[in-house]
Design a protein around this ligand. Structure first.
Ligand SMILES: Nc1nc2c(ncn2[C@@H]2O[C@H](COP(=O)(O)OP(=O)(O)OP(=O)(O)O)[C@@H](O)[C@H]2O)c(=O)[nH]1
Ligand SMILES: [Mg+2]
Length: 459
């Protein structure tokens, strides 16, 4: 494969900036842009050890004092020869260094190309490669933790075990299909049924993590709803810690939905502040109210806000009724720093209504009650146990596991119904194909291209 190079660190001034080179000719290419003080060749530098060099521009002038490290194939990130040049993080130096590398024969790496090569060279399976993107894009510590464990095979390992077990079954069935005189003995049949059952259980367990995985990565869809002026936007701002949404004492300030991600009780919330819900003749506000209702419908968590300094109106009760249709919702009494007006609304939460997960008094001004709100959210969306790390975090993965599970179940049914061996085999092969796709043993080229195009350049 040709030799590729890229800036591995983000653009901009920084203490250090790393240029990464990979390919058969990586060392020879780097050799042309660096000079060791003793005149020794970079190729002779001890492997995986930092050596001090001068970085040269295209004309051979020294432009930086750097550290270089050579990772000879196959013990490198990509499995190829890799050189990393740790320069000072000055954009001009790094750009000049890149230009010199191109002149020396390297070409600009495409997004994700280093990791793609790592995958193609068998340095990591596809779920691990995807974990690299997740890790780079992680917005919470939990997300990073999950990705780090996946990088180490937390998804590939159980999926690989099922794959191997199915392969074993498939090979027995091949024998039976190819040599009709052979037969699967009842004892063997029982064992196969048990293996299929265990495989199905393992896949089901993996699939059941997808929902939590999605929440971990994308955040909980959360709507802040209430009638105008109750303090919805103030609550959003208080949770964010800065003035994101406009707050005024005019009822109907928020016209459109405002969405922001925020970490609340360690849980990533995709918070939507909405226009206050009320009957209105204003054409723009009408659309806003419509959007508020929609945001509430689509939310996994509803924060229904009531103004504790005002008496409760019928509009409030109507909004509570809508909120209570959700399995998870929290009733928030806002403006807790002001004298309370009361009385509390008498709403009965019988089926199909759900009782709120908590009733919390909050002040956006003093911050009172925000901690209780955070605790409630943490309780409602418990994070995965530390060390678990097998949460499926993308649709591609859960789709493949789902397909494998379906095929394994249908293989089991075929076996129990006493269908011909090739009927069982077809299902087992389908499950193998799906699992192969998950971990990247048998994956279509276009799919690989799509997956790696989500990366940044230099990774
Ligand atoms: N004292 C006090 N005032 C608050 C609090 N929260 C909001 N307010 C005031 O209440 C008024 C309305 O606040 P907003 O956050 O704009 O209310 P909203 O629900 O977003 O209103 P709309 O966007 O019109 O639906 C503003 O004057 C705020 O300063 C609070 O916790 N304490
Ligand atoms: Mg508002």
């Amino acid at each position: 494969m040709d030799t590729i190079a890229a800036m591995a660190t983000a653009r901009g001034t920084a203490g250090v900036g790393v240029l990464r080179i990979s390919g058969e000719e990586a060392v020879a290419t780097a050799e042309q842009v660096v000079r060791r003080p003793n005149g020794a060749a970079l190729a002779d530098a001890p492997a995986r050890t930092l050596v001090r060099c001068a970085l040269l521009d295209g004309s051979g002038a020294v432009i930086d004092d750097i550290l270089a490290v050579v990772f000879p194939a196959p013990h490198s990130y990509t499995g190829e020869n890799v050189v990393e040049l740790q320069c000072h993080g000055a954009p001009v130096v790094l750009e000049e260094g890149m230009r010199a590398l191109f002149a020396a024969g390297a070409r600009q790496a495409r997004p994700g190309e280093f990791t793609k090569r790592a995958f193609l060279n068998g340095r990591m399976d596809l779920t691990a490669a995807e974990a690299v993107i997740d890790l780079i894009d992680a917005e919470t510590v939990q997300e990073a933790h999950n990705a780090a464990l996946q990088l180490n095979g937390a998804v590939a390992r159980p999926a690989g075990q099922v794959y191997d077990a199915l392969m074993e079954i498939a090979s027995r069935f091949y024998a039976v299909v190819d040599y009709p005189d052979e037969d699967i003995e009842p004892l063997q049949q029982e064992e196969i049924a048990r293996t299929l059952q265990e495989g199905a259980a393992a896949l089901r367990a993996l699939l059941s993590t997808a929902e939590r995985g999605r929440i971990l990565k994308k955040g909980v869809r959360t709507a802040i709803v209430g009638r105008p002026n109750v303090g919805k936007s103030s609550l959003l701002n208080a949770l964010l810690g800065y003035e994101r949404a406009i707050v005024t004492d005019v009822a109907g300030t928020t016209r459109d939905t405002v969405e922001e991600k925020v970490l609340c009780g360690g849980v990533l919330l995709r918070l939507t502040d909405t226009a206050g819900i009320r009957e209105t003749e204003d054409a723009v506000e009408k659309i806003g109210v419509e959007r508020s209702r929609k945001a509430m419908e689509q939310a996994e968590l509803v924060l229904a806000v009531l103004d504790s300094s005002r008496s409760v109106t019928e509009e409030d009760t109507a909004i509570l009724e809508q909120a209570a249709r959700h399995e998870k919702w929290i009733l928030i009494w806002s403006k807790a720093d002001l004298p309370a007006e009361g009385p509390a609304p008498c709403v009965c939460f019988e089926a199909p209504y759900h009782a709120p997960a908590a009733v919390v008094s909050v002040s956006a001004v003093t911050g009172q009650g925000l901690d209780v709100l955070e605790q409630t959210v943490a309780q409602e969306f418990p994070l995965p146990e530390a060390q678990e790390g097998t949460l499926l975090t993308n649709n591609r993965q859960s789709e493949a596991v789902g397909r494998a599970l379906k095929a394994v179940c249908s293989a089991r049914q075929a076996l129990e119904a006493g269908l011909t061996p090739d009927a069982v085999l077809t299902d087992v092969e389908e499950a193998l194909a799906a699992l192969g796709e998950l971990i990247g043993k048998t994956v279509r080229e276009d799919l690989v291209a799509t997956i790696f195009s989500r990366f940044c350049v230099g990774k």
